[in-house]
Write a protein that binds this ligand. Structure first.
Ligand SMILES: NC(=O)c1ccc[n+]([C@@H]2O[C@H](COP(=O)([O-])OP(=O)(O)OC[C@H]3O[C@@H](n4cnc5c(N)ncnc54)[C@H](O)[C@@H]3O)[C@@H](O)[C@H]2O)c1
Ligand SMILES: O=C(O)[C@H](O)COP(=O)(O)O
Length: 571
């Protein structure tokens, strides 16, 4: 008999959580921030990124930006470089600006968007991490967020290696000692790197560059990244392993994942306890991926021998921070991206993205209005499909099928492809995908998206009948999502303006893609619906809709259950 439902407690989680036979798939209702044409506050008139031909936009550059980037902006806009603004000053200035460019030091919070009075159309992040921008508020205010995902990769990797080597040889502590007039040769005996195991957690752009360099230092490198393609790791000579294996076998651990709900405090009391005694940790990703109190305890207990940190949960950290002051900690003030070369590159990368967005490349308004519900469907199918992929099996080949009665020339699928790409990439990376960068971002990550049209008979009134997303050559954490032909397959339709999931693997279901859904593998038998309903009721989870797809009566079935997101995540 297939996995039958058993009683369990739903835990809050932003990523798919396994609940003995259940898988809860959070489908963010926040559509992202490329949506100004499709999503808007109901009480406000719709706004578009279309500038009148003769008005020069104004761009506020609120943190130091490389000269080449500023010059590029000046060719197109009035540029106001005002650094070190207080939050109040930023809110005052922002109402006069069409675009804002920041690094990680400026909090672009809801208040900033509210203060803009609707004029702010683009926020450019001159760097990778966009955790300092309130994306939900940006979306609500019809504002696009773009970043510069590639230009500081090498700089961050080099800083990671600099911290690794400096920590192993006590460079910072020894330097301070010599400068204070001491000569403490026996106190600063280091450890060698050659032959030691380095675990890279997060094998994306920075992680793989760190791995490559560490191999050159003679280290044995392993990596954990649930979404990294195995062939990329193989090419560098790195083995992809589970999280537990990585942390248990490492002499050094280097962190390179984005800060998301599922990576927040990934290193904590429980995970430190699983590490080798005397492990050394390097963090050039984001402070929030480590529980800093737990790290202090682990340092005091000698579980962690040393830590080298470029990033902190709160920046700058408190002057009396126990972590920063710890004698076995080497700290730098978020310098990963701070090389001359990276800053010039980042400045150009973000300036091009901001100008591209302001030029109105997203202004195909008529098409977008008609496609609005399909745009939402496309992103949600992408999000769902990627969450069904089992850890370790990298997503490389995605096939999208559109079934429509419209002639191919009458249906421009670029926006749909971009939104599927966004759904596939954003849950697992720090890249922010939008219409401008979607194809480029997919290509850069080695993601090949092919499209196929099925021409249907009938009325071409509605643009699309269905969208199908298939991911090939991967394993699934939900076996029933694998179709007869061996790919993860999800299919959706728009019903009464609302995106619905209508197929998972070979099973037909029907559940609206709103809030969260639970997918449950079962054998069709009397009483199953009631049993599942009771389990959810025990946890006060409100079911909005339930649909069962089965091969045949009393055979394999999939139950798709729509649950009220807030209620589900509060348990
Ligand atoms: N210190 C700095 O100045 C500096 C500079 C550049 C980047 N960064 C930070 O470094 C991090 C990585 O940047 P990047 O450009 O390599 O991003 P990236 O998107 O290329 O790589 C991130 C990788 O993390 C993986 N990942 C996601 N969830 C994971 C999990 N739970 N466990 C393990 N891996 C997971 C993703 O699959 C992806 O491969 C980001 O947090 C970024 O903000 C810091
Ligand atoms: O995410 C990033 O790109 C880095 O953390 C760099 O941040 P910075 O632009 O503030 O140096």
């Amino acid at each position: 008999m297939a996995a039958a439902a058993s009683s369990t407690t739903l835990k809050p989680s932003a990523s798919a959580a396994t609940i003995s036979g259940f898988r809860r798939l959070p489908l963010s209702t926040t559509f992202g921030v490329t949506t100004l044409s499709f999503r808007h506050r109901r009480d406000q008139p719709r706004r578009f990124i279309v500038l009148s031909m003769d008005a020069k936009p104004t761009i506020l550059v609120a943190e130091k930006l490389g000269e080449a980037g500023v010059n590029l902006l000046k060719e197109f806009a009035n540029v106001d470089c005002s650094y070190n603004l207080s939050p109040e000053e930023l809110c005052t200035k922002i109402s006069l600006c069409d675009a804002l460019i920041v690094r990680s030091g400026t909090k672009v919070n809801r208040e900033v968007f509210e203060s803009s009075g609707g004029r702010l159309k683009v926020v450019g992040r001159a760097g990778v991490g966009i955790d300092n921008v309130d994306l939900a508020a940006a979306t609500e205010h019809g504002c696009l967020v773009v970043n510069a995902p590639t230009a500081n990769t090498v700089a961050a990797a080099e800083h990671g290696i600099a911290l690794l080597t400096a920590m192993a040889r006590n460079i910072a502590q020894a330097d301070a000692s010599v400068k204070s007039g001491k000569w403490e040769r026996s106190k600063y005996v280091g450890v060698s790197l050659v032959g030691k195991t380095l675990a890279v957690l997060g094998f994306g752009k920075v992680g793989s560059e760190v791995a490559r360099r560490a191999k050159g230092l003679g280290m044995h490198v392993i990596a954990h990244d649930p979404y990294a393609p195995a062939d990329r790791a193989r090419a560098i000579g790195v083995g992809l392993v589970s999280f537990d294996e990585a942390i248990a076998s490492a002499d050094f651990i280097s962190l390179h994942m984005p800060l998301t709900a599922s990576t927040s405090k990934m290193l904590n009391d429980e995970t430190f306890a699983k590490m080798k005694k005397g492990v050394r940790i390097i963090n050039v990703a984001r402070g929030g991926v480590i529980d800093e109190e737990a790290l202090v305890k682990a340092l005091d207990a000698g579980i962690v021998a040393q830590a080298a940190l470029d990033v902190f949960t709160v920046e700058p950290p408190a002057k009396d921070s126990k972590l920063v002051q710890h004698e076995n900690v080497t700290a730098t003030p978020h310098l990963g991206a701070s090389t001359m070369e990276a800053q010039e590159g980042v400045a150009i990368e973000v300036a091009e993205a901001v100008v591209g967005a302001l030029k109105g490349e997203l202004a195909a308004t008529a098409v977008l209005t008609e496609l609005k519900p399909y745009v939402s469907l496309a992103e949600k199918l992408g999000r769902l499909a990627v969450q069904l992929v089992a850890g370790g099996s990298g997503v490389k080949t995605v096939k999208v099928t559109y079934a429509s009665a419209r002639a191919p020339d009458d249906l421009d699928t670029r926006v749909l492809r971009a939104m599927i790409t966004k759904g596939l990439i954003e849950p697992i990376s720090s890249v922010f995908v939008n219409l401008v960068n979607a194809d480029f971002t997919a290509k850069q990550r080695g993601l090949r998206i092919t499209e196929e049209r099925i021409l249907l008979d009938g009325s071409p009134e509605s643009p699309l009948e269905l969208i199908q997303v298939q991911i090939a050559n991967v394993e699934s954490r939900f076996a029933s999502a694998i179709s007869d032909s061996g790919e993860i397959k999800v299919e959706g339709r728009v019903k009464d303006g609302i995106p619905h999931l209508t197929r998972v693997g070979s099973f037909e279901v029907d559940v609206s893609l709103e809030g969260s859904i639970i997918l449950c593998r079962q054998v069709d038998q009397p009483g199953m619906i009631g049993k599942v309903g009771s389990i959810l009721a025990e946890d006060n989870v409100n079911v909005s809709f339930m649909s069962v797809g089965r091969i045949a009566p009393r055979k394999q079935a999939v139950m798709a259950i729509g649950v009220d997101e807030d209620q589900a995540s509060s348990h």
